[in-house]
Design a protein around this ligand. Sequence first.
Ligand SMILES: Cc1ncc(COP(=O)(O)O)c(C=O)c1O
Length: 381
Amino acid sequence: MNTNVKNQNGYLKKLRASFPRLAKRHGTPLFVISRTLLLAQLAKFRKLLPRVEPFYAVKANPNPDVIRTLAAEGCGFDVASVPEIEWVLAAGADPKRVIFANTIKRPEAIKYAIRHRVRLMTFDSEYELNKIARHAPNAQVVVRIKVPNVGSVVELSLKFGAEPADAIPLLLKAKRLGLEPAGISFHVGSQCLQGNNYLDALELTRMILNEAENKGLNLKLVDIGGGFPIRHFDSDPDWFAEIAPALNMELSRLFPDDIRIIAEPGRAIVGPSGFLLMSVIGKSIRNNKHWYYLDDGVYGALSGTVFDHCKYQFATLKQGPTQLTTLAGPTCDSLDIISTAEELPELELGDLVYAQNIGAYSIAHATHFNGIPPAKTIFVP
Ligand SMILES: Cc1ncc(COP(=O)(O)O)c(C=O)c1O
C-alpha cells in the first residue's frame, strides 16, 4: 500500500466502518490484524532506515499470517525459542536471515538452531558462550552490550547486556573456543522515545569495533536491536520519523559500507496493524461513575497494560456527549481494570469498544485465566 497519510487515513476509515460487520460475523473479543497496515509499517521501516535490514522480532506477535507475510517480503527474523525458529522456517524464511537473539538459550534450542542452519546467535556472558561452543561449535556469535535505556517505556538493560568493557575479552574468548565472532548488538529499550539512546549506543559500538580491529578481530555486523517507537494515540507525534534522520547520519559517519547493519524491530512492524474489538458485557455505576465490563481485559489481549507498560486509545462507534468512564475486563480479579479515565459516550450492553495500535505485545501474552480463551484473531486485507 502507498504509505502516504491521506491514503492510510482513507483505509483506516473503511476498516473501522467494517468493525460491526466483523464483530457480528466472528463474535468478540476479536483481534483484527491488517495486512495492508503491516506491509505499510515494513515499508516505512525500510524507507526511514534504508541501510538497516529489519529482522522482525517474532515475540511481538507470532501470528502465522504475520510471519508468512513478512517472510514473503524478504524480511529477516529475530527468534527467541525453538517454536519461533520452526514458525519462521516453515514460513519460508532464509536461515541466513534469522538471528537467535535470546541471550538465555536452552541447550536443545541451540542444537536445534544449528541443525536448521540458524548460525547467528547473541550472547552476553561467558556461561552462554561456553554453552554455545559446546552445542553449536560453528556458530557466529554477536555480543550484546548493555546500553542506556533511560527514556524508553520498557527498559531491558537491567536483565541483559554485557558490560561494554567486557565485549572484547568475550569476543576473543569466542575465537579461542572456535566460534566465529561476528559483531555487536544492543537494545535501547522498547518504545524508545529518546533518539540519543541509539546515538550513544552507536558511538559505544564504534569504540568497541576500533578496539576489535586492534586485537585482530574482524567484526562485520552491527545489530541495533529493537525499540523503534510507534504512535499509540492519534495525538502522539511520529517519534520514529523524528529519530530516523540522526540515526542514518550516525550510521554512515561511524560504519563503512562493508559493515552490515541489522535491527530487530517488533512493535514498529506489527503494532499499528492490530485492533482489538470488544463488546460491553456488563455495566454498573460505582461511586457515581460509569463502569463498563468488556469481554476482554488485562488477562487477555490487553495484557500489554501490565507486561508492556502500555496505554491504549479506546474508542466506540457511538456518538454523543462523553463522560469519564472506567473500563474493566471480564475476569474475577480486581487487577483486571483496563482504564479508570476514558472519555466515552454512554454505552449499553452489546456496544462495541475497540483499541487501536495494539498489534504488539498483546495477544502474544494473552492467558486462559478464568477459563476465558484469548480473542479470536483474523487477518484482513
Ligand atoms: C532481543 C530483543 N530484540 C528485539 C525486541 C523487539 O523490541 P521492539 O518491539 O521494541 O522493537 C525485543 C523486545 O523485547 C528483544 O528482547
